[in-house]
Design a protein around this ligand. Structure first.
Ligand code: 5GP
Length: 127
């Protein structure tokens, strides 16, 4: 068995850690708007609307299509907190929540995240 402190194990850990896990661990900076024990919300680095926040569970669930029965409460909690963040950011005129799943869904980071978009009128259908 490999010594967990050996450098190759450390490298493997770094390589296998998702971008959003690094944000949770403060290894990558982010503009955090809400945090508690279960979820983190931070501004998207490439905003698609005047307000664009990502709400993520701290537990690594790669995508909603791979969530398990045991994640039921956490998934509901994520939506509840998304609504709270929207209120906190004064999106009383409306907002949109988006979860991209897989290649055709436009997912680029394999750590479940809910986009909160607002601050402008959003068109439908999305592209
Ligand atoms: P997806 O395309 O997977 O639904 O969304 C991933 C989002 O993560 C994108 O909107 C992208 O702009 C955002 N993103 C990627 N890298 C970073 C980063 O390092 N920091 C922040 N705050 N957002 C990021």
């Amino acid at each position: 068995m490999q010594d967990p402190r050996s450098s190759s194990t450390l490298e493997e850990h770094i390589m296998s850690t998702t971008l959003f896990e690094k944000i949770i661990a403060r290894e990558i900076p982010a503009d955090i708007v809400f945090e508690d024990d279960s979820v983190l919300a931070f501004r998207d680095i490439n905003p698609q609307a005047p307000t664009h926040v990502l709400i993520i569970p701290k537990k690594v669930i790669p995508r909603v299509g791979e969530a398990q029965e045991e994640d039921q409460l956490l998934l509901g909690y994520l939506l509840l907190k998304a609504g709270e963040v929207a209120r906190k950011l004064n999106l009383e005129n409306g907002f949109r929540l988006v979860i991209n799943n897989g290649r055709d869904g436009g997912e680029t980071v394999p750590h479940l995240h809910c986009h909160l978009l607002g601050g402008r009128s959003l068109e439908w259908p999305p592209g």
